[in-house]
Design a binder for this molecule. Structure first.
Ligand SMILES: N/C(=C\C=C/C=O)C(=O)O
Length: 308
């Protein structure tokens, strides 16, 4: 099975990484392991075999580079993109790179995205769902989204940690981290829909993670309904990944946005899935998907978005 994993993190050489920052001390060993996998090219390449996949789409998430609340300086962002370009060019058959920008830095970020795509050959852009109180509809983020739309590259809208929400959801115990990420990823998508960004930029392709399914359901099934899912007219270019690899999540995603808007994604190396073809086949069987839809989700949608 040809499988492309759209949701993978990596940091090339010279990029300082600490994935344990902001996580509970009891999880330090786990996050130190994530940091190692994030920075070791051999681990990245070996993981393709373990997972049984064709290629990974890699990005450097700023949350692994910066302390909470720390600003990314433009030089760091440029080095991140240079290093993702370096590793993806050396392994172009099995790796595709996304640029990273702090989207909330107006024209400077749009310029860096343009450089990363035009000069470095990166295939899309990784954007954090929020920065402080700012969501993607903020005027500060507009130039970056416009640049992605004009360049014809997809935006991967990734969840971010949120200390205030996590505190608020503290009574949910171990769920508080993912619940807050889920709320932020959902809010980012709905803020874009509410601001009319999909109408303003009809060519813009936005990929959210399965953590945003709640927001997608609110936008599609509640209130006025059909705002952003597959029945919206004109169709919105909202894509969702398969993080969690659960048949219920996949069925919901296909129902909401259509099989032509779902991309396989695992969140490697935070999540280290093995034997993906068998797991995907099982999930596709449970969802009653035909061959054409299986191909779209496993690889064809990602190839179309990334032009690879
Ligand atoms: N902390 C978590 C994820 C961090 C980064 C994902 O890319 C989590 O899921 O608990």
């Amino acid at each position: 099975m040809d499988v492309i994993d759209f949701h993978c993190h990596f940091a090339g050489s010279g990029i300082p990484i600490d994935a344990s920052r902001g996580n509970p001390p009891a999880q330090k060993e786990f996050w130190d392991g994530v940091s190692r996998r994030l920075t070791q090219e051999e681990a990245l390449l070996a993981s393709l075999q373990t997972a049984g996949i064709t290629s990974r789409v890699i990005n450097t998430s700023l949350e692994f580079v910066l302390a909470p609340g720390e600003e990314a300086d433009l030089d760091t962002v440029r080095r991140i993109n240079d290093s993702i370009a370096d590793v993806t060019h050396r392994h172009s058959a099995v790796l595709h790179g996304l640029a990273t920008v702090d989207a909330y830095r107006r024209e400077a970020s749009a310029r860096e995205l343009t450089r990363a795509v035009r000069e470095l050959g990166l295939k899309g852009v990784f954007i954090e769902s929020a920065k402080g109180d700012l969501l993607p509809d903020a005027p500060e983020a507009r130039p970056t989204f416009l640049a992605a739309s004009e360049l014809g590259v997809p935006v991967f809208l990734h969840p971010v940690p949120d200390a205030v929400l996590r505190q608020k959801f503290g009574r949910t115990g171990k769920f508080s981290e993912r619940l807050s990420r889920s709320a932020i990823n959902s809010a980012a998508l709905l803020a874009m829909a509410n601001a009319g960004m999909f109408e303003e930029m009809p060519n813009l392709n936005v990929v959210v993670t399965a953590l945003a399914l709640g927001g997608l359901m609110v936008g599609e099934c509640l209130a006025d309904g059909a705002q952003i899912g597959k029945h919206a007219f004109p169709r919105r270019n909202v894509y969702i990944d398969t993080t969690g690899l659960h048949s219920v999540l996949l069925r919901a995603a296909v129902d909401l946005v259509g099989a032509d808007h779902v991309v396989m994604g695992t969140d490697w190396p935070v999540v280290t899935e093995t034997n993906l073809p068998a797991r995907l086949t099982n999930m596709f069987d449970q969802c009653g998907l035909g061959e054409a839809d299986r191909d779209l989700i496993a690889h064809a949608n990602a190839r179309r978005l990334l032009h690879v």
